[in-house]
Design a protein around this ligand. Structure first.
Ligand code: HC0
Length: 574
């Protein structure tokens, strides 16, 4: 324990704590920009400068460990003057088109300018590079807004271990960019969007597809269907000021109807369908000694990661398309047939917590009869913008239900959005099938929670114990995949998701400031909302979904059968 004085207040904290953390613990606010707890603690932006009694220079509090007895001043005239000058310098080279910036009112730089009472910017002169890279289907980079805080670089390199972004040049010419000034589209980026949700400003954003949706909705010759991914409902409310972890399923459905989609469906329905296909695929691989461990294939970020880093292990992937794609394939076949609509006239829009899904829908593997499974994907953030633009008062909306059949889902479908959810949903179904009855105990808490890697051995029947692993985020995925490559992974089934925490923390979700993330585990809060919805639903196992049962009876035939293979499965080659 160390005791120090911060602004005349005695503070006692464990050794190794930084001055910044100690101050925040004592409710003394020190501003930061580049700081991202445990991820980017590099003292680059100089916003967190403090004065330490006896020290000649001001010190960056985010990297300065506490020392017994020191006296710290966090807002002396000297400190305030230096911080202001640093902020003015950052602003002098920042594209200040705040009114039309995607991060207007959710920008850490804007907020800080207000808090530090910046009135004008004395340093005007040459501006840095203004390149905009919008070649990828998922991510747009705007150099003119980059403040070189390096949060994206640390997340991409240390958390995701992708390494698509780096820092080049020195001094005024310093830039954050992929190697050799390439576009993000031409390097090993997995389009997870973790750079976006960790950027304090508008230098990184999703490719905006909202205009394409407006155009589709305005086209009277098109039948426009929307599906919402599990994790969207757990976060959309944040865009309207609701606390993190508020579940807004019913309001979201109502808003989509106000936007005039022809039908509002739930990706959770297709998650249930995925479980039937994937569960049976696993049983087949176990029985016929197929490639094991089998690995989930629904996270497009993970698929890209696999293609770039483990092309030799692609056989381990389940052949199932992701639920979002399965839904598209069903809507353009069975739904079209039932409703006597030419599939060519159907536009499927998906709302996803994910930026990589924008890439996924363009993949050549994911179409049928020359028609894309899914036509347009927007993120949770883009949906919020559409709702606002349409003048819909989200908070006042009465809750509504999804449209029937393709809107019907189980608790197993909804937990897909949290890390461990796909695994748990699969276990619920596989266990019932192998035991030939409906088990009363079906919550597999061993695979829940926010740890990066979870492992469990689960006794399914008296003679079968399955070994499973769940990992999310590139670094954790790598640890598991290296084991698989070395032949040391004795698992039967592995769930891998590209974003740390799973889809609830996807790169398309509402952006939460570094300061709030210091205190709240957003993944945990949003996941709670999904597990709550699981408990509220009538059915909690995918195979009990009456619409899924009818779909097999009337259209698909057998799980993993001919028709299912044609529409619901694919292969990724590299
Ligand atoms: Fe997910 Fe999905 S659960 S990837 O995490 O499997 O994005 O939410 O939509 O497709 O269902 C994301 C979330 C999905 C898919 C589902 C899966």
């Amino acid at each position: 324990e160390i005791t120090l004085t911060i602004d005349d207040q005695k503070v006692t904290v464990p050794e190794g704590t930084t001055i910044l953390e100690a101050a925040r613990k004592a409710n003394i606010e020190i501003p930061t920009l580049c700081y991202l707890k445990d991820i980017n603690e590099i003292g680059a932006c100089r916003m967190c400068l403090v004065e330490i009694e006896g020290a000649k220079a001001l010190q960056a509090s985010c990297v300065y460990p506490v020392v017994e007895g020191i006296e710290v001043k966090t807002s002396s005239p000297k400190v305030r003057k230096a911080r202001k000058a640093n902020l003015e310098l950052i602003l002098s080279n920042h594209n200040r088109e705040c009114l039309t910036c995607i991060r207007n009112e959710n920008c850490e730089l804007q907020k800080l300018s207000k808090e530090l009472n910046i009135k004008d910017i004395p340093y005007q002169g040459e501006q840095g590079d203004f390149t905009i890279d919008s070649l990828s289907p998922s991510i747009v980079r705007d150099q003119s807004k980059c403040i070189l805080c390096r949060r994206c670089v640390s997340v991409c390199n240390d958390v995701q271990e992708v390494g698509a972004l780096g820092v080049s040049n020195r001094g005024f010419y310093t830039k954050v960019e992929p190697a050799f000034e390439k576009s993000i589209n031409d390097v090993n980026c997995i389009f997870c969007g973790q750079c976006i949700v960790n950027c304090p400003v508008g230098a990184l954003k999703e490719k905006d597809d909202t205009q394409r949706v407006w155009d589709a909705l305005a086209d009277e010759n098109k039948h426009v269907l929307v599906q919402t991914a599990p994790a969207v409902r757990a976060a959309l409310g944040e865009e309207f000021g609701l606390p993190i972890g508020t579940r807004v399923t019913g309001k979201m459905v109502a808003a989509l109807r106000r936007l005039r989609f022809d039908k509002v469906f739930d990706t959770d329905f297709a998650a249930d369908l995925t479980i039937i296909e994937e569960g049976n695929e696993l049983l087949k691989r176990l029985k016929e000694k197929g490639t094991l461990p089998m690995i989930t294939s629904c996270s497009p970020g993970w698929i890209r990661y696999c293609e770039f880093n483990y092309p030799d292990l692609l056989d381990h992937l389940s052949t199932c398309k992701s639920p979002g794609q399965m839904m598209g394939a069903m809507l353009k076949s069975y739904y079209a047939q039932l409703n006597h609509i030419d599939p060519k006239d159907i536009i499927v829009v998906s709302v996803m917590p994910c930026t990589s899904k924008k890439f996924e829908i363009t993949r050549p593997e994911l179409e049928h009869d020359g028609l894309r499974d899914v036509d347009i994907t927007i993120t949770t953030r883009e949906l919020a913008r559409m709702i606002k633009e349409a003048g819909i008062d989200f908070l006042k909306l009465e809750e509504e239900n999804y449209d029937e059949f393709f809107g019907e889902s189980t608790g197993a479908g909804v937990i897909f959005g949290a890390s461990g959810g796909v695994m748990e949903a699969a276990l619920r179904t596989v266990a019932d099938i192998l035991n030939g009855k409906e088990l009363k105990e079906f919550e597999y808490r061993q695979v829940r929670g926010t740890e990066g890697i979870k492992e469990a051995e689960i006794q399914i029947t008296p003679d079968l114990t399955v070994k499973v692993a769940v990992a999310s985020g590139g670094k954790n995925i790598k640890e598991i995949m290296e084991k698989v490559r070395r032949g040391e992974a004795e698992y039967h089934f592995i769930e891998l998701m590209g974003c740390p925490g799973g889809c609830v923390c996807g790169g398309g979700q509402p952006i939460v400031s570094a300061k709030i993330k210091m205190d709240i585990d957003i993944g945990e809060e949003r996941a709670k909302a999904l597990y709550k919805e699981d408990q509220l639903l009538e059915y909690r196992k995918s195979h009990l979904n009456p619409s899924i049962q009818r779909l097999y009876k009337e259209f698909l035939g057998e799980p993993n059968g001919h028709k299912a293979h044609e529409l619901l499965h694919t292969h990724y080659y590299k």
